[in-house]
Ligand binder design. Structure first.
Ligand code: SF4
Length: 243
């Protein structure tokens, strides 16, 4: 049993809950190669403070290389980027911890129905898929429930979330809000500068080169409800569209 700890408030509550189970093996954090470094520091510090084992995974092909080959993704390119950045890390986690094919890896997430909304399709607290069991103990929690839990257990909050209203551990841009890169640049100019430098390289490579903008002709694909590690970005986009 692993808690998928992105560094956001929801995943912090979920990790704390999971850590109380005798089955808890630790936290997993995926470093996609594009994100706010302060969040990774927060994840490491939090795990250390609680004595939670932490496994960090990085995708075999870095974000930068993916972008220079395919361009920055919009919603329609999300499945590709998700598979390369996150699914491959989860497969590695499975390979490292499954002794036999029939073993199940239990992944605890901070998904909340109130945030994920109807469009995201999360209606079950436990879902089994591809040798994994996704468990969402916060599914019926409200925003206030989450903060009450953080207060009750005196869990320090990630300052990045307080500033950006997202954990920022991953910034692929597929479901970015309008003006999101400017907000990032205000608080975390180095992270934004890296993205803007990559935009220039993508332009030179002749691939879609605007972070957070759907490439021309790719439409407005809806967030995929199955992509459990991207639920908060999908929810953010659905909310922007009024979904
Ligand atoms: S949609 Fe969000 S969580 Fe998913 S890969 Fe992109 S930035 Fe990361």
């Amino acid at each position: 049993m692993f808690a998928l700890f992105s560094g956001g408030h929801d995943s912090l509550c979920a990790a704390h809950l999971a850590s109380r189970s005798p089955r808890f093996d630790g936290c997993v954090h995926i470093d996609t190669g594009t994100g706010i470094p302060d969040t990774r520091t927060f994840v490491r510090d939090t795990c250390r403070a609680h004595g939670w084992p932490l496994a960090e995974y990085r995708p075999p092909v870095p974000y930068e290389e993916i972008v220079l080959r395919w361009g920055f993704p919009g919603p329609a390119g999300h499945t590709l980027i998700y598979n390369r950045l996150k699914e491959r890390c989860l497969r590695q986690l499975s390979r490292e911890h499954k002794a036999k094919r029939s073993d199940l890896i239990l992944l605890v997430t901070g998904i909340r129905r109130q945030e994920s909304r109807r469009r995201m399709g999360y209606v079950e607290p436990v879902q089994r898929k591809d040798g994994r069991v996704w468990v969402a103990p916060l599914l019926r929690w409200t925003h206030d429930d989450k903060h009450a839990y953080l207060d009750t257990h005196r869990l320090p909050r990630n300052p990045v979330v307080e500033r950006l209203c997202m954990s920022g551990e991953c910034l692929c841009g597929a479901f970015a809000r309008k003006g999101e890169l400017d907000e990032i640049a205000f608080w975390y100019p180095e992270a934004a500068a890296l993205i803007r430098a990559l935009e220039a390289r993508a332009a030179a490579a002749g691939v879609p080169c605007r972070w957070g903008q759907a490439p021309a002709g790719t439409g407005r694909a809806a967030p995929d409800p199955q992509l459990g590690l991207c639920w908060s970005c999908g929810a953010k986009k659905a909310a922007e569209r009024g979904g």
